[in-house]
Ligand binder design. Structure first.
Ligand SMILES: Nc1ncnc2c1ncn2[C@@H]1O[C@H](COP(=O)(O)OP(=O)(O)OP(=O)(O)O)[C@@H](O)[C@H]1O
Ligand SMILES: [Mg+2]
Length: 254
């Protein structure tokens, strides 16, 4: 962990620059599905504290709860108990437009399967979050073209998403996730559907964007080689998040 990230976080959005304190924290997160005899507990007390600027990999076997955890961090699902704090504020206390802003503006989410709109062009897919919040078409498409350049797809802007290769589609999905300049990038098995060469290329692209855009990134992956390139690796196992190499300190990040 870089020394400059150890300062105490401030409580305001403006106060949290690229090198100050904790961006997102999970406190005793529990998540169960079902009820009565069929209830299963996926997360049984996850504690995690992710510093601004960190790239953290979450690994764990299939079914361990990686997607569940990312969905709770993104406020796409609610925990059974416990809480997620973003910039020191509990996300279940967000009011009015705060929750939508959190999901749409503070976070960029990349899924294993890109979830692009197949009949729209790459440029339109990337511009979609901007268009949805009312940006003008020309301006949104200009911003989108800039992002497609950043992910190396300037030659594909007018191709329909359905015509692109898997690796290209995932690059478009990454550009779409970042087009609103979120503070936090959450990626759920972003390379899971790709062959090894493309998986490495997409991972390295995310690493580069992480650095150049001063992101905080949390990446769930099965790929332990790629995970090993993260700043920190956390293992989800039996409902708990444990630092790899030190299983005595559940969720300890410091
Ligand atoms: N909506 C749901 N209702 C009931 N059970 C669910 C639901 N979502 C997930 N689960 C269960 O929770 C467990 C964890 O699922 P999750 O998708 O979080 O695992 P994962 O670590 O992401 O696995 P994978 O590596 O295969 O993507 C699984 O046993 C799954 O069946
Ligand atoms: Mg999953």
């Amino acid at each position: 962990m870089p020394a400059e990230t150890t300062a105490t976080a401030t409580t305001t959005r403006e106060g949290v620059d690229a090198h100050s304190g904790v961006l997102i924290e999970a406190r005793d997160l529990r998540k169960s599905y079902g009820a009565g005899g069929s209830e299963i507990t996926v997360l049984s007390g996850v504690n995690a504290s992710i510093e601004v600027g960190e790239l953290v990999a979450v690994v764990g076997p299939s079914g361990a709860g990686k997607s569940t955890l990312l969905h709770l961090l993104a406020a796409l699902d609610m925990p059974t108990s416990g809480a997620v704090y973003f910039e020191k504020k509990a996300i279940d206390s967000f009011e009015g437009s705060e929750l939508a802003d959190y999901r749409n503006r503070s976070i960029g989410f990349v899924w294993q399967r890109h979830h692009l709109l197949a009949d729209f062009t790459a440029a339109e897919n990337v511009a979609m979050p901007l268009l949805m919040r009312g940006a003008g078409y020309t301006e949104a498409l200009e911003t989108s073209a800039r992002w497609l350049r950043e992910v190396g797809l300037e030659a594909r802007t007018k191709h329909r998403a359905g015509e692109l290769s898997g690796g290209e589609q995932q690059r478009v999905a990454i550009a779409r996730a970042l087009v609103q300049e979120p503070a936090l990038l959450l990626a759920d098995e972003p390379t899971g559907d790709l062959d090894e060469r493309n998986a490495i290329a997409v991972f390295e692209l995310m690493q580069r964007l992480h650095r150049t855009h001063r992101l905080t990134s949390i990446l769930a992956t099965h790929n332990t080689v790629l995970a090993g390139r993260a700043d920190r690796v956390l293992q989800l196992e039996h409902g708990l998040l444990l630092p790899v190499g030190d299983r005595t300190k559940p969720g300890s990040m410091h």
